[in-house]
Design a protein around this ligand. Structure first.
Ligand code: F6P
Length: 469
């Protein structure tokens, strides 16, 4: 018999991805995205189990442990990856929930696969959940799982957290399966969102698609004799871990080395994103190129480092974006480079956390210019890393982090002139002002870290704490 756990986390990906062909010790690598950073500490602390996909199609592996953390792999076939992950999750829901920056596609086959795979995840969670266990389901890939769990096991306490935005009803109502999604989510006791606007968009969808009564944050389900709490729980990072790294002399030495390798410019600008159309990378590069062209920034003084981690590379819109970004990088570099000194250093790679902190410490200006983003943990990682109070953050008002980091230079990335003004303001910000703003932002990130986030969510789930997040 399998062991039973009192806390079960269910997410599309396990915290580690399988690396085919790698040496034994390298077989499992941290998977992409902010979820890992957010949940790993919680699970370790509470001795729970993590249910998710190992990141490679057709891989059959049994339960295993990474550093003492039990993991239950859910296999996906090549066809599941095409229809459920690349299709319904990232070809339909992702663009729809990010305000249709690219057009969502609606295919019935994708929906069937989504239903089927959600059922598989639910079954895997049910197999390891102890009586009365808490099951915490994550993100848009698994919105049907809460209802499946509740129907099978009313004894469970079920939470759902949506890491990405929840769209306004005018957009959500495009979805042919909108009612099933709402009903799926209402299987949970607590449905958490990043921002106040996301939670109210969801409650509005409930209002329009069901006959349920809503009182403040609570949705009443009289036939089931229960209520669903739908409200924001803005996610955060393990701020302490970033601070620790940012105090290490070897990481400072690496930061200095990075600046040296860039030719010791006066101002280093940094962008760190998955290569995703929601992140506003093209808008950022356009603004930077125009600042060089206008002569507001001098190529002898500035360097932009753009880290763009590979993501969803078989999805058409991602392939297209990569081409556009790489074309724009070469155009700006072609126009403004001097020998051995390109204005943009483009890195289509992911990096481990210690190297990321070195990049953050090397950067005078951090550019987070997403067109739409649930939270954006990179913004918070930058702030947590700047123990020296140096640096300025340019932050899109369309990223959830802008609700909390009000002392950033807030920009609308669609407004290229406004974006250019924001970048210049950050690049020219006097040290005193940098320190004042950074101090205030750090206070927020350090006091509202991921430990507080998960404690608040789990508290709300146990009915003890429906506090302010
Ligand atoms: O935060 C949104 C999210 O889709 C996470 O669920 C995921 O971990 C991350 O982005 C990376 O995306 P993917 O798992 O599709 O590579």
């Amino acid at each position: 018999m399998r062991p039973a756990y009192d806390l079960v986390v269910v997410s599309n990906r396990l915290p580690v991805d399988y690396q085919p062909g790698a040496a034994d010790s390298e077989q499992w690598r941290p998977s992409p995205g902010g979820l890992v950073t957010a949940l790993e500490p919680v699970l370790r602390e509470r001795g729970g189990v993590w249910v998710g996909w190992p990141g490679v199609a057709d891989l059959e592996v049994g339960p295993f442990e990474i550093d003492g953390m039990p993991l239950i792999p859910v296999p996906l076939s090549e066809q599941d990856v095409e229809r459920y992950y690349e299709g319904m999750a990232n070809g339909t829901l992702w663009p729809l929930y990010h305000d249709v920056i690219v057009s969502p596609e609606y295919h019935r086959q994708w929906w069937e696969a989504y239903l089927e795979v959600n059922r598989r995840f639910a079954e895997a969670a049910l197999a390891v959940a102890a009586p009365g266990a808490t099951v915490w389901v994550h993100d848009y890939q698994l919105q049907l799982v809460p209802r499946m769990l509740r129907d099978a096991r009313p004894d469970l306490v079920i939470g759902f957290f949506n890491h990405i935005p929840f769209p306004a009803h005018g957009l959500f109502s495009q979805l042919p399966w909108r009612r099933q999604i709402v009903e799926g989510l209402l299987g949970a006791d607590v449905v958490g969102f990043q921002r106040t606007a996301d939670a109210s968009n969801f409650r509005r969808a409930v209002q329009r698609l069901t006959h349920l009564r809503i009182r403040g944050d609570l949705i009443e389900l009289p036939q089931e004799g229960r209520e669903v709490l739908a409200r924001p729980f803005p996610i955060s990072i393990d701020a302490g871990a970033y601070q620790e790294l940012a105090k290490r002399p070897d990481i400072w030495a690496r930061a200095k080395e990075i600046r040296r390798e860039l030719g010791d410019p006066k101002v280093v600008l940094l962008g760190v994103d998955r290569l995703d159309y929601t992140k506003g990378i093209l808008h950022r590069l356009k603004a930077f190129g125009e600042l060089l062209e206008d002569g507001d920034l001098d190529v002898a003084d500035v360097a932009l480092v753009q880290i763009a981690a590979p993501s969803r590379e078989r999805v058409e819109s991602y392939k297209h974006l990569r081409e556009e970004v790489e074309m724009m990088v070469s155009r700006v570099n072609g126009d403004f480079s001097s020998l051995g000194r390109p204005p943009i250093t483009y890195l289509h790679q992911g990096y481990p956390r210690d190297e990321m902190v070195a990049f953050y410490l090397a950067a005078d200006v951090m550019l987070v210019t997403a067109l739409r983003d649930g939270m954006n943990l990179v913004a918070k990682e930058y702030v947590a890393s700047r123990v020296d109070l140096h640096g300025a953050l340019v932050l899109s008002e369309f990223a959830g982090a802008s609700d909390e980091l009000r002392q950033a230079v807030l920009v609308n990335p669609h407004d290229i002139d406004g974006l250019k003004a924001g970048i210049l303001q950050a690049a020219r910000m006097p040290p005193g002002e940098q320190a004042r703003r950074m101090k205030a932002m750090r206070r927020r990130v350090i006091s509202h870290d991921v430990q507080r986030w998960s404690a608040t969510f789990l508290g709300a789930l146990s009915g003890e704490n429906r506090g302010d997040g």
